[in-house]
Design a protein around this ligand. Sequence first.
Ligand code: KG4
Ligand code: ZN
Length: 415
Amino acid sequence: MKILAIETSCDETAIAILECTGDEQNASFKILGNALLSQIEIHKPYGGVFPALAKREHAKNLIPVLDAALEEAEMLREDTQAVSHDVRNTIAKLLEREPGLSEQLFELLSECEPPAIDAIAVTAGPGLEPALWVGINFAKALALLWNKPLVAVNHMEGHVLAALAREDGDELVIKNVAMPVLALLISGGHTELVLMKEWLEYELVGQTRDDAVGEAFDKVARMLELPYPGGPEISKLAEELRSQVTRKQSGRPEGGDPRTFSQESDEERPFTLPRPMIHENSCDFSFAGLKTAVRNLLKNRPDISDTDKKHLAHEFENAVGDVLWKKTAQALEETSAQTLVIGGGVSANTHIRRVFTDAVAKETPHVSLRIPTAALTTDNAIMIGLAGYYRALREDLANPPTLTASGNQSLARVV
Ligand code: KG4
Ligand code: ZN
C-alpha cells in the first residue's frame, strides 16, 4: 500500500510518500518521497510558534512540498508542475479558510493528476488548530479529487511508531516488538507516559501537571536569551560544559562521567535546581517549579556570564534527565513493560538519550530501549505515514465531510 502523509500540526510543513507492507507485528516501509519545510526562522523573532503565521505558511508551502515529495517518488507529472504561481497563490489563500473546501479549490487542484497512491494520511491532532486545519483541508481536497481513502492520524501515535521503527537497509521496519510497550512522549506540548499493552491501545500512566518538558526547555532558553527553539540551544551549552569537565577529569583515576556532575566540587557547581516530584509516589511530572527556580536564580544575577549560562543549562538538563528517568523507571516497574520508547522533539536531546541508554543498561537490562533515529525525532511526515498505515490496516478510515482538527486530541485512555 502506498500512502501519502501530510503533517502540519505545528511549525513544519511535511509530506512523505511511503510504500508499506506487512502486518502490525512485522511491517516494512520504503520511503519513496519525503519533503519538509521548517518555519523555525519565521517564528524565531516571536520566541515561539505564532499560530496565525503558521497557518499562512502551511498554506503557502503545501503545494511546493507536495511537488517535492512527488518528484522524489517519481510521481510528479509534467501537468502538475505547470500549475502557475498565480494559481498556487490562490490555492494558498483558499487553504487558509476553515473549513475551506470551495469549488474553486477543487478546480485548481484538479490540475494535479492523481499519483499512484492508495491512501492519504493527515494529522488531525493534537496541535495548533489553525495549522492542523490547513493540512486537513488540503488532504480532504486531494482525497475527494483523487478518490482515495483518507486516514486521520494522531500526531503522538506517529511519535510512538517512529520510535519503534528501525532502519534496515534502505527501509524502516517495525518488528520484534515485545509487549507491553511503555512510551515516554516528550515534546513542546506533551509530557506523558503511555502504555501500549496491545497494538494501538493506549493507557495513560503519567503526565505533566503543568508545563510540557519542551515548553520548559523553550522558556528557560528564553530567560537565558537564547533563540527559539530553546531545546537544541540549551543542549549545546550543556554539552560544551560536559566536554570541558570530561577533559579535565580524564587525568583523574575515576575518569569523567558525562551523565552527572558528581565529581565536581561545589565551587565548580554554582547552581542547584530542584528535581520536582522526584520522591513522590506517582508517575506524574511537574516542570513549572523548575522553570520558576531558574527565574529566581536569574533575578539575583542581572548580568549572567556565558560561563554561568552553561552551568545553568547543564544543571537544568541534569534535573530534567533525573526526573524523566526516575518517573520512567517507576512506570516500568509498575507496568512490567518489556519495551521502552522515547518519542517527541525533546527525545532529540543528547543528554536525555545518554541518560536513558545508560540507565536502562544498568537498572532495567531486560527492557528493550528504542529511541528514534535523529531525523525521525522531531516532527515529520514519515511518522504520520507509519501511523496512517497501521490505521489503514484496521480500516480505520476518516469520513472527509466530518473530519475536523482536534487541538487537544489525546492518545491514551485514562484508566
Ligand atoms: O515534537 P516536536 O518537534 O513538536 C511538538 O509536537 O511539540 O517538539 C518540539 C520541542 C520544542 O520544545 C524543542 O525545544 C524541543 O522539542 N527540542 C529539544 C531538542 N530538539 C528539539 N529539546 C531538548 N533538546 C533538543 N535537542
Ligand atoms: Zn511532535
